[in-house]
Design a protein around this ligand. Structure first.
Ligand code: GLP
Length: 234
């Protein structure tokens, strides 16, 4: 795992955006895997600032809540529209449909779409406090594909800051599976802020364990960990 350390958030975000822009420069019709959360917001801002050309790129988001409509202000579709898609032209954008009547069929469809587009060239990931990637909570089999998950209470609490109350936070989500994520050709794991200190250091200890989903990234040949604002072990 390659490790790049940044200090300030601006720096961190700029570096992340550069990795993404290098990818689309090399291959304009890249398939990009995108993440939500606070961490990548600055990266999206930088992409907008530099008028990144994603006009031929296809994007697949990692996850989406189940049980809220895509135009709900806290849906990941709304997040992406607000933070990126409204501001620059993107070839095609895919996000799991959390309102699908048949959720299992939706997961299957999402997997097929990724395959049809030749797999993901560059996947951006954030890191949950409990080591989750996408919404793959501790204990998720490393062999999982896109699936419906019950969100951990700790994850719901962490995300409650975006809703009016904890009760409003959905209990389920659709997420790419761990095996789906691991098939990406290059993965960038974004970790910013002191509150991620414990999680990132646990990751850096190197033990691969299903109880800490991000640890599987040690088995991937092309991962870049970009950390910032956090004291790391190495
Ligand atoms: C959410 C998302 C993840 C994200 C994580 C960290 O639960 N589903 O994809 O990486 O939380 O979010 P943040 O960057 O806000 O800490």
């Amino acid at each position: 795992m390659k490790h790049i350390k940044a200090n300030r958030y601006e720096n961190f975000s700029q570096t992340a955006a550069e990795l993404m822009m290098n990818q689309v420069e090399k291959k304009p019709n890249s398939t990009l895997g995108l993440a939500t959360g606070s961490t990548p917001k600055g990266m999206y801002k930088e992409l907008i600032k530099h008028s990144a050309d994603l006009s031929q790129a296809v994007t697949f988001n990692l996850d989406e809540y189940v049980g809220i409509s895509s135009d709900h202000p806290q849906s990941y579709r709304s997040f992406m529209e607000e933070n990126l898609f409204q501001h620059i032209r993107v070839g095609q954008t895919y996000i799991p449909d959390g309102e699908a009547a048949d959720l299992a069929a939706e997961c299957e469809r999402y997997e097929q779409l990724i395959q049809q587009h030749g797999g993901i060239d560059l996947q951006v990931l954030g890191l949950g406090h409990n080591g989750h990637i996408g919404f793959n909570e501790p204990g998720t089999p490393f062999s999982s594909r896109t699936h419906v998950v019950d969100l951990a209470e700790t994850t719901r609490k962490a995300n409650a800051r975006f809703f009016n109350s904890l009760d409003e936070v959905p209990k389920k989500a659709i997420t790419m599976g761990i095996e789906t994520i691991m098939e990406a050709k290059h993965i960038i794991l974004l970790v910013y802020g002191e509150d991620k200190q414990e999680a990132v250091n646990r990751l850096l200890q190197g033990e691969v364990d299903e109880q800490f989903p991000a640890s599987i990234l040690h088995d991937h040949p092309n991962v870049t960990l970009l950390s910032g604002g956090v004291k790391v072990l190495n």
